[in-house]
Write a protein that binds this ligand. Sequence first.
Ligand SMILES: [Zn+2]
Length: 193
Amino acid sequence: MSGKNLVKSVIDASNYIFNRKLVSGKAGNVSARFKDHEMDIVAITPTGISLADVNQENVVLVDLNGNYLSRGQPSSELFLHLEIYKNRPDVMGIVHTHSPYATGFSFSDKKIRRLEGFGEIKKHYLEELEYQKPGSRELAQETAAKMIDEDVIILKNHGVVASGINVKEAASLAEFVEEIAKTQFVSHILNIK
Ligand SMILES: [Zn+2]
């Protein structure tokens, strides 16, 4: 993958999750990484811009330490993305959403069940991370620590972080989590006697 394709993959995934209503307004952020020789380059969505309006001019390039390789202002969750990449050499794409059903669960005492599609089910529920302030180093480090063993995590009172072997897979996983949260919500309501 070239740098240009990397940026395009971030734009496509950003538009996709916006169009699928996994984010609204200026919420959410998306990144992808590629290796240029031995160097990791991360393309990430900018701060303060809707994921519907992400384009070639405003995607920001950084290295794994957060040094800017292009102009622009990256997402306030930059370090959340970078810490996950540092811990997981296999992860090449990350999306963070506030998708309504999954986020609704995060504000409740109910957990989202794992369904088929996550591979072999060893744990019954998606892992959750206790609330940390959005944009904080604590959120970045604790999320990355939990994601050593998980491809997706629910941030309490906040939203969802999903990762994948590329950013398209990460977006699909975020969409799948929203789908199962919705199904679980509906079945819960229907089962109330
Ligand atoms: Zn957020």
